[in-house]
Design a protein around this ligand. Sequence first.
Ligand code: THU
Length: 132
Amino acid sequence: MTIADEDLINAAKEARRNAYSPYSGYSVGAAIVDDRGHLHVGCNVENAAYPLGNCAEAAAIAAMVQQGGKLIVRIAIAGGSGAIAPCTPCGGCRQRINEFANADTAILVMDDSEDWREYAIDELLPASFHLD
Ligand code: THU
């Protein structure tokens, strides 16, 4: 069974609803389809000790790895509104995605509107650092 883009996007938006972001007020959800067609979701989780906060993408990637997923086939990231929307992944999360991506990995970014945009990892993280 394949997961449609619309369902992946809805999963990211749904995950966003559970974000714990009382300090920034910026909630983010992420949803991944892995190489076996399995879905993994995550949201950002902040902390009173600010640097301990985790991004939504990191949580979704950790869930994928724990379930045995090896490759991000598609990842949807839902976050932002107004001037800071949609939520394109932060620099650290670009590197995290890169670890489990290939040239065909689709990175879909959106806010809470119906619009979304697709990127490849090479667009977001050109000349990336990786160990082969
Ligand atoms: N955040 C994410 O979850 N993913 C990103 O790619 C960008 C930023 C979170 C971290 C923090 O909880 C909040 O958004 C504001 O930076």
